[in-house]
Design a protein around this ligand. Structure first.
Ligand code: NPG
Length: 366
C-alpha cells in the first residue's frame, strides 16, 4: 500500500471532570491524530501522549516533532504495519508517536481489505467487560458519590488512584460502602518507594485485585522485592514498554499482572506480543486507558477482546470522559462495550465534530 501523505491533526477535547493522578491533573485532552492517506483510502491513529511529560517522557509537541522530522520520512515506500514497525525501530523511544503511525497504517490496510482490528489481532469476544478509573478527590464523601455513580452506570470494576496521604482511607471507605463483591484495584503511578512497603501491605486487608505501578518506572528489582512483602498482586504499567520488559518483569517476580496499553509499548503489534508472552506464562493482562477519544478506544476495545485479557480494562464509555466524542460514542451496555466489527478501527471521526475541535492541521506529502 502506497502512502501519498500524512496529516497531523491536533484536537482539544475538554474533559467532563478534572482527572487527578499522583503526577498531575488533566482538565482537557490535547490529542494528536495521525491520518494516513493512500489511493485506496485513509486510516487513523491516535497518539496518547499527554501535554506534559509527567506520566512518561513523551508529550504531544514532542510526538508531533519526532513524527514530522524522523518517523514519517522513514516510512517505507510500500507500507504495512510490520514494515512500518521495522522502519521505525532505529529511532529510540517515542513509542506513543510510533504507535499512532503504526495504527494509522494498519487501519488504512484493514479498511481496504475489509477486516476489523479485532479479527486481525485475534479477538475472541464480541464485547468486553469495562472498569472505570477514578481520580484522586478532595474528600472521601466526594469519592464515594463518584464511585456510586459509576457503579450505578454498571461498571464492573473500579480502580482508585492513590498516592501517599490518599490510600488506606479511601480504599477502606469504598470497601465499607460497596461491599466485598465490588472488584476493586488501586493505581499509584509510581508514587511510592520501597520504604512504604509496610503501609502498602496494609492494603492487603481490602481484598484488592491488584496494586498497579507502586514504585518507580525503571525499578523492576524493587518491585520484585515489594511483591514478596504484599499479598495483593503487583501489576506493572509504566515499567513495561516492550515484550522484553514484560519478560524481565515476569522472570524477576516484579509483576504477576500486566497492564497493556498499545501507545505505551509502541503499537498494537508489540501489545499483541506482550499479550502472547503473558498467556504463555499464565500472567493475566488487562487493557489500560489514556483518556482516548473514540478512535483510540476502538483499538483498545479490539485488543481487550483477546483471550489473555482476563481482567476488566480501563475501557470506559465515551461519556465517562467527553460530552461529545469525535466518533459515534462508545456506550456501556450491561457493563460492557461492544467490539467494533466494521473494517479497520470500525469507527469514523464525525467530520463536523472533528472540525469543531481541531486546533491545528499539518499535511506532509510523501
Ligand atoms: O479511563 O482512559 C482512562 C484513564 C485510565 O487511569 C487511567 N489512566 O496511569 O493508567 C494511568 C492513567 C493515566 C491517565 C495515564 C492520564 C496518563 C494520563
Amino acid at each position: 500500500m502506497k502512502i501519498t501523505g500524512i496529516e497531523l491533526r491536533r484536537i482539544a477535547m475538554p474533559l467532563r471532570s478534572p482527572f487527578r493522578t499522583s503526577f498531575g491533573v488533566e482538565t482537557a485532552r490535547d490529542v494528536l491524530l495521525v491520518r494516513v492517506v493512500t489511493p485506496e483510502g485513509e486510516g487513523w491513529g491516535e497518539c496518547v501522549a499527554m501535554s506534559e511529560p509527567r506520566y512518561c517522557s513523551e508529550y504531544v509537541d514532542g510526538a508531533a516533532d519526532v513524527l514530522r522530522r524522523f518517523l514519517v520520512p522513514a516510512l517505507p515506500a510500500v507500507a504495512d504495519a510490520h514494515a512500518v514497525r521495522r522502519a521505525l525501530r532505529p529511532f529510540k523511544g517515542h513509542r506513543m508517536a510510533k504507535a499512532a503511525l503504526e495504527t494509522a497504517v494498519l487501519d488504512a490496510r484493514l479498511r481496504a481489505s475489509g477486516q476489523s482490528f479485532g479479527t486481525y489481532l485475534g479477538a475472541e469476544r464480541d464485547r468486553v467487560p469495562c472498569g472505570v478509573s477514578v481520580g484522586i478527590m478532595d474528600s472521601v464523601p466526594e469519592l464515594l458519590d463518584t464511585v456510586a455513580g459509576f457503579v450505578d452506570e454498571g461498571y464492573v470494576r473500579v480502580k482508585l488512584k492513590i498516592e501517599p496521604g490518599w490510600d488506606l482511607a479511601p480504599v477502606r471507605a469504598v470497601r465499607e460502602r460497596f461491599g466485598d463483591e465490588l472488584l476493586l484495584q488501586v493505581d499509584a503511578n509510581a508514587a511510592y518507594t520501597l520504604a512504604d512497603a509496610r503501609r502498602l501491605a496494609e492494603l492487603d486487608a481490602f481484598g484488592l485485585l491488584l496494586i498497579e505501578q507502586p514504585l518507580a518506572d525503571d525499578d523492576l528489582v524493587q518491585h520484585a522485592a515489594l511483591a514478596k512483602r504484599l499479598r495483593t498482586p503487583v501489576c506493572l504499567d509504566e515499567s513495561i514498554e516492550s515484550a522484553r520488559d514484560a519478560a524481565a518483569a515476569i522472570t524477576l517476580g516484579a509483576a504477576s499482572v500486566i497492564n497493556i496499553k498499545p501507545g505505551r509499548v509502541g503499537g498494537c503489534l508489540e501489545a499483541k506480543a506482550i499479550h502472547d508472552l503473558c498467556v504463555a506464562h499464565g500472567v493475566p493482562v488487562w487493557c489500560g486507558g489514556m483518556l482516548e477519544t473514540g478512535l483510540g478506544r476502538a483499538a483498545n476495545v479490539a485488543l481487550a477482546a483477546l483471550p489473555g485479557f482476563r481482567l476488566p480494562g480501563d475501557t470506559s464509555a465515551s461519556g465517562r470522559y467527553f460530552a461529545t466524542d469525535i466518533t459515534e460514542p462508545f456506550e456501556l451496555a450491561d457493563g460492557h462495550l461492544d467490539v467494533p466489527t466494521g473494517a479497520g478501527l470500525g469507527v469514523d471521526p464525525l467530520p463536523e465534530v472533528l472540525d469543531r475541535v481541531t486546533t491545528a492541521r499539518e499535511w506532509i506529502r510523501l
